[in-house]
Design a protein around this ligand. Structure first.
Ligand SMILES: C[S@@+](CC[C@H](N)C(=O)[O-])C[C@H]1O[C@@H](n2cnc3c(N)ncnc32)[C@H](O)[C@@H]1O
Length: 250
């Protein structure tokens, strides 16, 4: 396995949930998968998301670099992981800018991972790899990465606390994470609404697991999400339509 590889998990575990039946004293185990769709917009209309990512959203690459490394160059071999990397926009940009770091992008969607790999290959970026991994149950050992980045993932992830706990777990002592999230439901929901619309027109199915409206955290909730863990330092700030967190592990 290459140094920046993460053992991939086959698919997000659909944990059984117990549901009451009409018969007193009896319960039936019903898969969560049957209660909500397992189909994903990020699979069905992957190209539309990639288009939004590349052409419409803010490019925070310089902000990420200056927050994490100021004017310095990251040390050779720095291990970076991006959670919910989608088409690998930031993973590829960071890997390209710093050819001596090792970047791993992980995403739940096979189509997004495939698209990220194809784009990296087309750009001849060889120091980043992409794996299909659940951000809520990362397969990496504790304290594996120096740097973690995540952009716009709370908009669709169901369990924010668990995601942040996983971020904390896989960072090395002294490791840092940079998180970027939108601040306004309306703007953040436009890509999701467009994806829902298009996917519903060109595919028939039982709906998609993503919400129609993006989840957007208010400043206090966003801040509390990080402050509940024993980071050495947490910095939260807003800039226009986005909010950011920069955390350092003790
Ligand atoms: C709104 S997109 C953000 C993509 C990218 N980070 C960006 O800045 O554009 C959310 C991404 O999270 C992925 N995702 C959703 N749930 C996930 C999970 N449990 N584990 C890993 N990735 C997940 C989706 O497949 C999608 O690519």
């Amino acid at each position: 396995m290459p140094p920046n590889a993460v053992a991939s998990t086959p698919e997000v575990a659909e944990r059984p949930i117990r549901q009451r039946t009409d018969s007193p004293g009896r319960t039936s185990v019903k898969s969560r998968a049957s209660a909500e769709s397992t189909d994903s917009l990020f699979e069905r209309v992957a190209w539309l998301y990639a288009f939004c990512r590349e052409r419409l959203f803010r490019d925070d690459t310089d902000r990420i670099i200056s927050a994490l490394w100021q004017t310095q160059t990251p040390a050779d071999g720095t291990r970076v992981i991006e959670l919910g990397c989608g088409p690998g926009f930031y993973s590829r940009k960071l890997a390209r800018r710093f050819p001596r770091i090792a970047v791993t992008g992980v995403d739940r969607s096979e189509s997004q991972v495939r698209s990220a790999r194809q784009r990296a290959a087309a750009q001849n970026v060889n120091n980043c790899i992409f794996e299909r991994v659940n951000a809520l149950a990362l397969s990496s050992a504790d304290a594996t990465f120096d740097i973690l980045i995540a952009s716009r993932i709370f908009t669709v992830l169901p369990d924010h606390q668990r995601a942040v706990a996983e971020m904390f777990r896989v960072l090395k002592p002294g490791g840092r994470c940079f998180i970027a999230e939108p601040r306004h439901v309306f703007w953040a929901s436009i890509p999701l609404m467009a994806m829902w619309l298009l996917a519903s027109v060109i595919h028939s199915g039982n709906g998609y697991r993503e919400p129609r409206k993006a989840t957007v955290l208010k400043t206090e909730a966003f801040s509390n999400l990080f402050r509940q863990l024993p980071w050495k330092a947490v910095r939260i700030w807003q800039d226009g339509r986005y909010q950011y967190a920069l955390c350092e592990k003790s």
